[in-house]
Design a protein around this ligand. Sequence first.
Ligand code: FES
Length: 81
Amino acid sequence: MIVCVCNNVSESKIQLAAEAGVRTMAELRMQLDVGTCCGKCAGCARKILREHCENQEAQSKTHGVHLLLHKIQFHNEGVHA
Ligand code: FES
C-alpha cells in the first residue's frame, strides 16, 4: 500500500526503515521524505511507524525472556549434572 503518494513511499518501506532503526517521524522524513510535500500522509505514516516499532519491541522482549529461560535451564542442568 502506498502511504505517501507525493513521494511514492509504501507501507513496507516504512516498516523496513523501522527495522533499520528509524524511530521518529523526523528520522522517517529524513530517510524517505514522507510527509515533506502536502503532509496528508503524516498521520498514517506515524501510525505505521509506531505500530511496527511496538511489534519489534514486543518480539524483542519475548526473545529476551526465551533467552533468559534457556540460560536458567542450561544453568540448572549444569548444577544437577
Ligand atoms: S502524501 Fe505524503 S507528502 Fe503528500
